[in-house]
Design a protein around this ligand. Structure first.
Ligand code: HEM
Length: 76
């Protein structure tokens, strides 16, 4: 399990690295395999950051993370 700081997570934005990560409630998920996160973009939201505050705006809840592996935790 990786421990990433925000500036490290930022590289997993679908542009700078091959792997695409999104943080939610302190957990970091690998969404690289999702067609809906291609190139790091998901309906006006960018990967590589903590999107906990943005989830209430989505038409879905956190159940969408169920099929993606948690690869780490966000430590600061
Ligand atoms: C407000 C804008 C957003 C819209 C319009 C949106 C829309 C959607 C739709 C239509 C789906 C596929 C259907 C479903 O699973 O219900 C989806 C899946 C997903 N969304 Fe969002 N979403 C938004 C924001 C977010 C945010 C902020 C996050 C992260 C905290 C997020 C994470 C995900 C994930 C991980 C999936 C699963 C992708 C997959 O199964 O391939 N979404 N979203």
């Amino acid at each position: 399990m990786k421990q990433l700081k925000r500036h490290q997570l930022a590289l997993y934005n679908g542009q700078d690295k091959k792997q695409i990560y999104v943080a939610y409630q302190g957990r970091i998920y690998d969404v690289t395999e999702s067609r809906l996160w291609r190139r790091g973009m998901h309906y006006e939201h960018w990967a590589g950051q903590d999107l906990t505050q943005e989830l209430p705006e989505a038409p879905h809840d956190e159940a969408v993370f169920a099929r993606f592996p948690q690869v780490g935790v966000l430590i600061e």
